[in-house]
Each structure stands twice: as structure tokens, then as C-alpha cells.
Design a protein around this ligand. Structure first.
Ligand SMILES: Cc1cc2nc3c(=O)[nH]c(=O)nc-3n(C[C@H](O)[C@H](O)[C@H](O)COP(=O)(O)O)c2cc1C
Ligand code: SF4
Ligand code: FES
Length: 617
């Protein structure tokens, strides 16, 4: 569709979409970003938008609708000009997310997915938006506002009203209004060992600064040393995947066949949607070139010429930072046909999602990048052998990839020595919930969890007692106060009966209702289940129903065992690990807090909480 006079879209957007379809190996990969950009301009996916996107991609309107209906950020009805999205997921909930949501409801006189009569505002209660350590957080269109209190609400609305009166909403797809949106605050503690975060706050998103600070030297070195050397360094580093499962990165890279008839790819997972986790957010913001450099090195190691950096749809401002960084790297010849003046080619494509936790699962991520619904693939074959577009693919989390240049710079063994056996280096811990100083801290692998909470993060807010800790994001089983004197690495947390996961440490004080916390957690998984397999689709739904009824005071004693029974029947019986991610924490809550469940029986009011209704659907 190059004849712009035929397009529904502005000339600027039409030109952007013309370029977008050409950048991928397969035209259809442009589908999800195209829908999002079109929606940004038109306001929603009208029939006319769907029809034009279908023509541009070369698929049927039905296929476009089928894909669009999967992603929670895409909508078929108009929203307000300013779409207020309030996160009430666990970290935000603990710090007053519901109070913020209620205040918006009062001020705007609308509920979930409502639109004000003047069409200026709409309101949504949303899942985690990747700002957990700065909770409670909201987004207005793509602008983040964090550390909110209910008293901020009128001022925020007034600010957008004023901005609208002055300038209106730009209709070029860029919705950043520049009105007082906040950037996440950086924190520090003397126990930190800053490797991955050493350039945070130093202006390293600018390529000159990154180069001045030693950037791209590791990639140049790898270009000289070759794939086998890179993989040996990576193996020696004991760098384990930071996305959740902790698989050794060097070993994963070594599984990619040396010779392949199909092109090989590197895919960086920046979907960051596990509630309690917001570390990749800071990497994209402060050190985008580390992600690019790590991607180049991964490409050199496996013999790929193309890498993708996939960011969750909510991270639009970070996508813009990444896109600029990629363009700057091309301009200096660090990316392209002849990187660093060599005969080697490496290209990078940035990509946006459109709201779906499940897309963080590696095979669902590939489906999404291929322009489909983000449902997982059956494994085997594993991505290292049959991945994106059928070619061998290395998929790594953004933090894993951003760590790679440091491994090369320090040397694998030196990096390994920073951590504990089999757990090399440091980790970015996103600490959130009821601590005095929430934030993202870089600490050596194996750092003591108790110390992390009481010293690094300043202890429990307001001098209250500690009730429980989630060590690695919402899917990891809860630990009790007497279980937290442990080292935070994959093996030690595993031995303690939980998982290090994404290192999202959520701290819960003794004034919190665990039944409500469990309910909010399962509501998330029920919402995010792709629905493909019955135990996950039905199990999460039944668990949510049971816990809703239970928390509302209508539970019966047998329901406690029933919740356990339901969770046990989801565990290990699903196509992808989302089912386990939903079931494991539920088992932990029932097992470790049975008394608290019993306290809700026989019509007794919840001893702690007041938020029974959960609007996210
Ligand atoms: C439901 C689900 C969601 C996931 N979400 C993410 C995510 O947001 N980011 C991420 O890096 N990995 C996520 N993962 C893990 C990925 O499947 C994959 O293991 C990871 O990207 C591999 O990178 P790593 O080896 O560097 O950790 C998720 C897994 C599941 C099952
Ligand atoms: S466990 Fe099954 S239904 Fe749940 S997200 Fe994975 S594939 Fe979809
Ligand atoms: S931003 Fe609210 S829970 Fe993550």
C-alpha cells in the first residue's frame, strides 16, 4: 500500500507502516506493531483499520481480528483520549494500588473500561506494568507515573486536561505528552557490586558516552576471537539465564547447530511481565547499547546475522530509546553488513508486543514475533534447533544479554568468581512491597535474602512485622520469615522450596491478608492463561472463583482442601509452564497459611482487607 492517498492513516503513519513491513524476513511479523501504531493514531481498531491492516500484511481480516483479540492493549472500541491504566497487581496492591484506582473512579465517575462523557478519559485496572519497585504505578497512554498516592490523582487529571486544551493529542502515533511523566528512581547500597548497572545514570544511552565508557570493545574482541572462544568464556562465567529458569547461557548457545540450512537468529526477551519484576526496564532505559552489544556477541557465537529485541508493548518510551540506540549503532557501523569494518554482517530489529504475559514464554514469543497469537509451541523441538521462522534461535532474557559484554570484558572465570558455585556474577533484584527502600539493586549471586530485606532495602515499612516473602516474582512459592536466612542463587532458593525466578523480591508485612494476596495472584494467571490447555484454562478459573468466594466470607472448610486439590491438578499437566506458575504459589499459600484461610471461614469478615471485587477481566 504505497499510494498514501488510499490510506486511512496520516501520511506519516502510512510511510512508517510501508517501512515496517519491509524490515522483517516475513511480512506478517509486522502485524502486532502495525495494529498498535494504527490504534495509537485512530484510537481503536475500527473495521476500516482492520481492513487496511489486512491488505498491508496480505492476510484476511478474520486473521487480523483473531490475532488482535489476543493482546490486551489492542481494543475494538474507542477509549478516552487519555487512557488511564492503574496497576493493582501484587506490588502495587501492597502499596495502595486499589486506593489509587478507587480515587480515579471517584474523580472520573467511571469504572473499569469506562469512558467519560466528553471522551477525554478512560479508565482501566491493569496487570503489572513493569514498575513494581516504584509502586504504585499507573500509565496514561504510554506515560508512566509512579510512587502514586490518591492525592496525586486530581493533579494528574488536571495536568492532562491542560495539556489537551493547549495542544490536543498529537496524531502522529507518538502519545508521549511530556506532562510530568516520571522516570524510575535509581537507588544504591554499599553492598552492591555494580557490573550490569555500572553505567546506569551516566548517560550511556548516548552512543558516544557508551563508547567512552568502554562500550563495544567486548564485541570487537569477540569478532577477533571467534565463536568457540566466546562460548567457552560464556560457559566459564556460569551466567545463568535471568528470565526465570536459570539455564546456563553458554550451554544454551552451544546447542545451536554450527551448520544450518536455515538462517539462525538471536531473540532478546524484553517482555518483562512477571509481577514483581522491573529490572529490564532500567537496562533499556539506562544502558540500551549493552543489550545491542550483547546481541551482537550472541550472534557471533552462534553464527546468526539477525537479532530481534522484543519489548513489551507498555514499554513504548523504552522502545523509542532502543530504536534510537540501534539507529546510532548502524550510523557508526557497529551494526550492518560489515560490523566494525569487518566482513561480518549483523542486523538488529526492534519489536513491540501489545500486552500479554504469556508472550514472555519463549515459544509464544516467537509466535508473537511471527505475527500470530502468543500461544506456546510444543517442545521439542527446542528453539536452539527449530526456532524463529523455523531457523535455530537463541532466546535470552534482556538482562542475560546485557550481562554478556561484561562477561567478555572481565573474563568468564572472573565473572563466575563474583557469585557462588554454578551461579556466576550478580543479579538485578527488583525489591518491592512493604520495605522502606524499594528499588532495583545489583547484588552478587548468593546474597543473603534477610540482609537484602533488612539492610539493603531498609527493613519493613513503618516498623511492622514481616509476614512473607516472594523471592522471584509472583509465580514463585512464598517463604516464611524463618525461611529467609538463605543465599539468593538458583540452587539455594530451590533448596528452600522456592525459586529465584526473575529475582523479583516482593515483601509482605503482617497487616496483609494472604487470602487476598493469593486471590490477586490467581486473578492475574487466570487473566493471562492463553486458554489452550484445559487444566490451565479451567483450573485458574476455578481457583479464582474459589478464592473470590472464600475471601468474601462464603468459604467452607472443604474449600481449603479444594483449592489445594485444584492447584495440584494444574501442576505439571499443562503445555507450558504458565500452569505451574499459577499452581505453585497457590499450594504455598494454602500450605503455609492454612490458619489464615481458616480465619476467613463461617462468614467471618476478612481480618485485614477490603478489596473483594477485582475488575480485571
Ligand atoms: C509464562 C511465562 C512467561 C515468561 N515471561 C518471561 C519474560 O517476561 N521475560 C523473560 O526473559 N523470560 C520469560 N519467561 C522465560 C522464557 O520462556 C525463557 O526461558 C527466557 O526468555 C530465556 O532466557 P534466559 O535463558 O536468558 O533466562 C517466561 C516463561 C513463561 C513460562
Ligand atoms: S499452560 Fe496451557 S493454557 Fe496455560 S498459558 Fe500455557 S499453553 Fe496456555
Ligand atoms: S507495576 Fe504494579 S505490580 Fe508491577
Amino acid at each position: 500500500m504505497s499510494d498514501e492517498s488510499m490510506s486511512l492513516f496520516s501520511p506519516k503513519l502510512a510511510a512508517r507502516l510501508d517501512v515496517l513491513v519491509l524490515k522483517y524476513p516475513m511480512r506478517r511479523s509486522a502485524l502486532v506493531p502495525m495494529l498498535l501504531y494504527a490504534q495509537d493514531e485512530v484510537g481503536y481498531l475500527s473495521d476500516a483499520v482492520i481492513a487496511e491492516v489486512a491488505v498491508r500484511i496480505g492476510i484476511t481480516e478474520l486473521e487480523v481480528r483473531n490475532v488482535a483479540s489476543y493482546y490486551s492493549m489492542l481494543r475494538f472500541k474507542p477509549a478516552g483520549r487519555y487512557n488511564v491504566q492503574v496497576c493493582t497487581n501484587i506490588s502495587c496492591m501492597l502499596r495502595g494500588g486499589y486506593e489509587i484506582y478507587e480515587r480515579f473512579q471517584e474523580e472520573l465517575g467511571i469504572g473499569h473500561k469506562g469512558v467519560t462523557a466528553d471522551g477525554l478519559f478512560s479508565l482501566e485496572e491493569v496487570e503489572c506494568i513493569g514498575a513494581c519497585s516504584w509502586a504504585p504505578a499507573i500509565q496514561v497512554n504510554y506515560d508512566f507515573h509512579d510512587k502514586m498516592t490518591p492525592d496525586h490523582v486530581p493533579a494528574i487529571l488536571a495536568g492532562y486536561r491542560q495539556a489537551n486544551a493547549k495542544a490536543g493529542v498529537p496524531s502522529d502515533g507518538s502519545l508521549s505528552l511530556g506532562w510530568k511523566a516520571t522516570l524510575p528512581a535509581l537507588v544504591s547500597h554499599h553492598d552492591e557490586v555494580k557490573i550490569v548497572s555500572k553505567r546506569f545514570g551516566q548517560g550511556a544511552s548516548q552512543i558516544d558516552k557508551y563508547v567512552e565508557l568502554g562500550g563495544y570493545e567486548a564485541a570487537k574482541k569477540c569478532l577477533k576471537q571467534g565463536p568457540d572462544w566466546i562460548i567457552e568464556e560464556m560457559k566459564a562465567s556460569n551466567l545463568r539465564g535471568r528470565g526465570g529458569a536459570g539455564f546456563p547461557a553458554g550451554m544454551k548457545w552451544s546447542f545451536v547447530p554450527k551448520h544450518s540450512d536455515k538462517p539462525k537468529y538471536v531473540l532478546v526477551n524484553g517482555d518483562e511481565s512477571e509481577p514483581g519484576t522491573c529490572k529490564d526496564h532500567l537496562i533499556f532505559l539506562h544502558d540500551p547499547h549493552a543489550v545491542i552489544e550483547g546481541t551482537i556477541i550472541a550472534g557471533l557465537a552462534i553464527g546468526a546475522k539477525l537479532g530481534f529485541i522484543y519489548l513489551r508493548g507498555e514499554y513504548r518510551y523504552l522502545l523509542e530509546i532502543m530504536e534510537k540506540a540501534v539507529a546510532d549503532a548502524y550510523a557508526l557501523g557497529f551494526l550492518g553488513k560489515n560490523i566494525f569494518g569487518s566482513e561480518t554482517e549483523f542486523q538488529i530489529i526492534t519489536q513491540t508486543g501489545a500486552g500479554a504475559y504469556e508472550v514472555g514464554e519463549e515459544s509464544a514469543l516467537m509466535e508473537s514475533l511471527e505475527g500470530k497469537r502468543g500461544v506456546p509451541r510444543i517442545k521439542p523441538p527446542f528453539p536452539a534447533v527449530v526456532g524463529l521462522y523455523g531457523g535455530p534461535t537463541v532466546i535470552n532474557n534482556a538482562e542475560t544479554i546485557a550481562t554478556v559484554p561484561h562477561v567478555i570484558e572481565m573474563g568468564g572465570s572472573a565473572f563466575a568468581a563474583v557469585g557462588t558455585p554454578h551461579n556466576g556474577g550478580t543479579r538485578l533484584f527488583s525489591i518491592s512491597g512493604h520495605v522502606e527502600r524499594p528499588g532495583v539493586y545489583e547484588l552478587p549471586m548468593g546474597y543473603n535474602l534477610k540482609k537484602m530485606i533488612y539492610e539493603v532495602a531498609g527493613g519493613i515499612r513503618g516498623g511492622r512485622g514481616l509476614k512473607a516473602v516472594i523471592p522471584g516474582g509472583s509465580s514463585t512459592p512464598v517463604l516464611l520469615p524463618d525461611e529467609i536466612d538463605i543465599g539468593m542463587d538458583f540452587d539455594q532458593v530451590g533448596k528452600a522450596g522456592s525459586m529465584l525466578g526473575s529475582a523479583g523480591v516482593v515483601v509482605i508485612d503482617d497487616q496483609t491478608c494472604i487470602v487476598e494476596f493469593a486471590l490477586r495472584t490467581i486473578s492475574f494467571y487466570q487473566h493471562e492463561s492463553c486458554g489452550w490447555c484445559t487444566p490451565c484454562r479451567e483450573g485458574t478459573d476455578w481457583l479464582k472463583k474459589s478464592l473470590t468466594r472464600f475471601h468474601a466470607g462464603f468459604g467452607e472448610a472443604k474449600d481449603i482442601d479444594n483449592i489445594q486439590y485444584l492447584a495440584e491438578n494444574v501442576l505439571g499437566r499443562t503445555f507450558c509452564p504458565l500452569g505451574d506458575a499459577a499452581a505453585m504459589p497457590m499450594l504455598g499459600y494454602v500450605k503455609k497459611f492454612r490458619k489464615e484461610f481458616e480465619d476467613h471461614l463461617n462468614g467471618k469478615p476478612c481480618p485485614f482487607a477490603k478489596h473483594v471485587e477485582l475488575a480485571v477481566v
